[in-house]
Design a binder for this molecule. Structure first.
Ligand SMILES: NC(=O)c1ccc[n+]([C@@H]2O[C@H](COP(=O)([O-])OP(=O)(O)OC[C@H]3O[C@@H](n4cnc5c(N)ncnc54)[C@H](OP(=O)(O)O)[C@@H]3O)[C@@H](O)[C@H]2O)c1
Length: 252
């Protein structure tokens, strides 16, 4: 990956930050799109501004995304890693309209807007990495919009893989990761504390993702046991939801 140019979102926190660290260690040129560039200034000082370019961009703003085209003129992008994402662990009727819009905007629409904006600058065989979620495959009370947005994201990535056979599209379907994500999703941290023991380490997952980019994997499902359990669930989803409802209520 040495000398390649990647655009990364979500690099200021959690999994995206772990991915960014590895890319910079591998001497990849990274353009990070961040809401607050100050969060990544120390990393820029460490690696130099030629290796890490910081662009202020609020991914809730379509205008700010489309205006990015000015920054990339004359550049070639070898890959996009979309790690920004959010969710609110609350029931459908507890979501404010703004929270609902925010969820779909960041998790689905803005990815598409960014992809469309950056397409003219992509090399002929670019890598597109989307950080999805195992929530895409599971009905969950108190995480309906999050799961729905990740299901949509998943389908878009799968279709993109077919529509653009020259692209390498890697979907990362991850279970819970120990990151600040949970502080926003559920400020009471009830879910995070309950599932602390099974949470993935973001640095280890980031290593798997980088390996997946290098080996051109289509999908990473982590943890594997969760992936296989969800496959069994898909054999009789409505039956299981009806008779083992507590299993689908764990984010309440
Ligand atoms: N953590 C989990 O348990 C878990 C499980 C399954 C899937 N995922 C997915 O994994 C991905 C990474 O999440 P994480 O756990 O690393 O969460 P995180 O630590 O909360 O990081 C989220 C990142 O998204 C950025 N972001 C949020 N809103 C933005 C906006 N409007 N414009 C630009 N950037 C914005 C944040 O920037 P700021 O620093 O400015 O806030 C941050 O860098 C997400 O797609 C998430 O859905 C996470």
């Amino acid at each position: 990956m040495i000398g390649r140019h990647y655009v990364v979102t979500g690099g200021s926190s959690g999994l995206g930050k772990s991915i960014l660290d590895i890319l910079l260690q591998k001497q990849v040129y990274v353009t990070a799109l961040v809401r607050d560039v100050n969060k990544l200034k120390p990393l820029q000082l460490k690696y130099g501004s030629s290796h890490l370019t910081l662009i202020q961009c609020d991914l809730q703003s379509t205008t700010q995304i489309t205006e990015l085209t000015n920054h990339f003129k004359g550049q070639t992008i070898d890959g996009i890693i979309y790690s920004s994402g959010l969710g609110y662990f609350k029931s459908i009727d507890q979501h404010t309209i703004e929270e609902m819009h925010e969820t779909y905007m960041l998790n689905v629409i803005s990815f598409n807007t960014l992809l469309t904006t950056l397409t003219p600058y992509l090399n002929r065989m670019p890598t597109i990495v989307g950080i999805g979620s195992q929530s895409a495959f599971l009905t969950q009370a108190s995480a309906a919009h999050y799961g729905a947005s990740k299901a949509a994201f998943n389908q878009i990535l799968n279709a993109l893989r077919i529509e653009k056979p020259n692209y390498h599209v890697l979907t990362v379907n991850t279970g819970p990761i120990a990151t600040p994500f949970h502080e926003k999703a559920d400020p009471s941290l009830t879910y995070a504390n309950k599932y602390k023991k099974i949470m993935l380490n973001s640095d280890k997952l980031a290593q798997r993702i980088i390996k997946g980019i290098i080996t051109q994997k289509d999908e990473i499902n982590a943890p594997r046991w969760m992936h296989y359990l969800l496959r069994i669930y898909q054999l009789a989803p409505r039956f299981l939801e009806k008779h083992f409802t507590f299993l689908f209520n764990n984010k309440s």
